[in-house]
Design a protein around this ligand. Structure first.
Ligand SMILES: [Ca+2]
Ligand SMILES: [Ca+2]
Length: 546
């Protein structure tokens, strides 16, 4: 599965770079989404609104590696409960837990029982306590829901495979013939897209569908979670040779959407549609609340790594062609990809730029645990899911026992305790950025215009909502840049002069003159230092003349 994904990632990445136009794509503005609430609502009011996820910053946690409270070397629910203050201080108000169900694997993506929690992580009471404590802090929790397949050891499959007349036989997909993705079972071959240990469920069978709907209802209504991240969503139902994003899959998700919204209108789903072009995402509207924007993730990462705006600008071009309202989830890398800091060859300046670009973008941002302190990790998968580096204590402060897998050797330098004390740390930048995002609706749900910068080393966007305009400008290059100038294609403003106020520090900037509703050849700062990022609020100058 992962090698396939890696190859797909490389291909997608190559395509994005290969397709990048020689000149920057024309800036496009996204129309404003319907306001859910007024811009000046208090955060408490926002989190209670219907679409709470539009204002969320998510944190993706691999429970096994986050924090161990009973010394068995395995992270647990109580560990997350103990670290909720840290999570809240990070500016996060929603958590995605990777699979929490009993499973024969360390990662949990092959489920044995959808109605229980993994005893290695704690009891259901521990989970309920985590959920309750998180909710008390205004933090939502969604869990991974693995719909496409069960474990081959799940009782349904065990029964289906034991007996051709089992009532569960047709809950899985069978053939008399071998082939790619087909695995030898009793009396036939069963379909398992990822591998033989993960037999695909047969969602053409209404009983299988009803069963998984009941799982959904159970977690939303009986346990009270806030939604799901849907694993491998595009693989649900195959149609002949077409294995992904089939019409039958879309039809199934329409029924799923109606079902879970009926359970709780505020429940949120985000789908893993790996490698999807943005055009595919539009087809999941009214099927899932969001899908992950893989294009933007690779666009940001390639632009920061390659010190050129072509990757990210191309990703915006793709995205804004098809989704203009910011209804998608954003991220840099996730649990299936090499970690950000490793991708960037340990360059902390670049990691900071990536954080700025993610947290100032439209969409709902997801931070993969440890990304905020620059944890390193490259495949195999276990090594991109290593124990969280809390301190320089033994085993990174993750456990007092023997960790299920040793933390990265750099933990004595790279850890939460060190970075909390360092005002210039990556962690404190993340905190600053999430705070800015919480304070400025334009950064969360404002429209975006990608600016012409006259220099591929410089990335610049304008975010706007109601009367607020925020200019984000990044020097991607490790050298000073002075030959650049910003131009906006659309007419967004009233004519006059605007004064840029830095939201990051006290950097002064040149006033911006608006003519015919727009601007050209604007240089807020004459020289951009290496790897420097700016976030300016453009303020109207009043009472200019005495
Ligand atoms: Ca434990
Ligand atoms: Ca399937």
């Amino acid at each position: 599965m992962d090698m396939k994904k890696l190859i797909a990632f490389i291909l997608l990445t190559s395509i994005l770079i290969g397709c990048a136009p020689a000149t920057q794509p024309a800036p496009r503005a996204a129309p404003l989404p319907d306001p859910v609430q007024t811009a000046d609502s208090a955060p408490e009011t926002r989190s209670a609104s219907a679409q709470w996820w539009r204002d969320a910053v998510f944190y993706e946690i691999f429970v096994r590696s986050f924090y161990d409270t009973n010394g068995n070397g395995i992270g647990d629910f109580n560990g997350i409960t103990q670290k909720l203050d840290y999570i809240q201080d990070l500016g996060v108000n929603a958590i995605w837990l990777m699979p929490i169900h009993p499973s024969p694997s360390y990662h949990g993506y092959d489920v044995l029982n959808y109605y229980a929690v993994n005893p290695e992580y704690g009891s259901m009471d521990d989970f309920r306590n985590l959920l309750s404590e998180a909710h008390d802090k205004g933090i939502k929790i969604i869990i991974d829901l693995v719909l496409n397949h069960t474990s081959s050891q799940h009782p349904f499959f065990a029964d289906a495979n034991r007996d051709r007349n089992s009532k569960y036989r047709d809950w899985y997909v069978w053939s008399n013939n071998p082939g790619d993705h087909w695995h030898q079972g009793n009396g036939g071959y069963y379909y398992g897209f990822f591998w033989g240990g993960m037999p695909d469920l047969n969602y053409r069978n209404p009983d299988a569908t009803s069963q998984m709907f009941e799982v959904t209802r159970y977690w939303i209504e009986d346990i009270g979670i806030d939604g799901f991240r849907i694993d491998a969503a595009k693989h649900l139902i195959e149609e002949g040779d077409k294995l992904e994003n089939t019409e039958a899959t879309h039809e199934w998700f329409k029924g799923f959407y109606t079902f879970y919204k009926n359970s709780n209108q505020n429940a949120y789903t985000v789908g893993e549609i790996y490698g999807a072009g943005a055009f595919l995402a539009t087809k999941y509207t009214q099927q899932l609340d969001h899908i992950f924007n893989f294009e933007l993730a690779s666009g940001i990462m390639n632009s920061v790594n390659g010190e050129s705006n072509t990757g990210v600008n191309s990703a915006w071009n793709f995205t804004l062609n098809d989704i203009t309202n910011g209804e998608y989830a954003t991220f840099l890398t996730n649990h299936d990809q090499n970690r950000v800091m490793t991708f960037l060859n340990g360059n902390e300046d670049k990691a900071k730029l990536a954080a700025v670009m993610l947290q100032t973008s439209p969409g709902t941002p997801f931070i993969y645990y440890g990304e905020e302190i620059g944890m390193q990790g490259k495949k195999p998968d276990e090594d991109i899911r290593l124990p969280m580096q809390w301190s320089a204590d033994a085993n990174a402060g993750f456990t007092t026992g023997a960790p299920w897998r040793a933390p990265d050797a750099n933990y004595s330098q790279v850890n939460v305790a060190v970075q909390i004390e360092d005002a210039n740390s990556l962690l404190n930048l993340y905190r600053t950025l999430t705070k800015l995002r919480a304070e400025h609706p334009a950064l969360r749900t404002g429209s975006i215009s990608v600016l012409e910068t006259g220099n591929t080393n410089v990335y610049a966007i304008l975010r706007s909502k109601d009367d607020e305009y925020i200019l984000v400008m990044v020097n991607l290059k490790g050298m000073t840049v002075s030959d650049y100038a910003l131009s906006l294609a659309e007419k967004l403003f009233s004519d006059g002069t605007l004064s840029p106020l830095s939201l990051m520090d006290t950097t002064p900037a040149a006033p911006l003159t608006i003519t015919d509703g727009t601007f050209t050849e604007y240089k807020p700062v004459s020289e951009l230092p290496p790897y420097q990022a700016y976030i300016f609020q453009l303020q109207t100058i009043t009472n200019m003349s005495p």
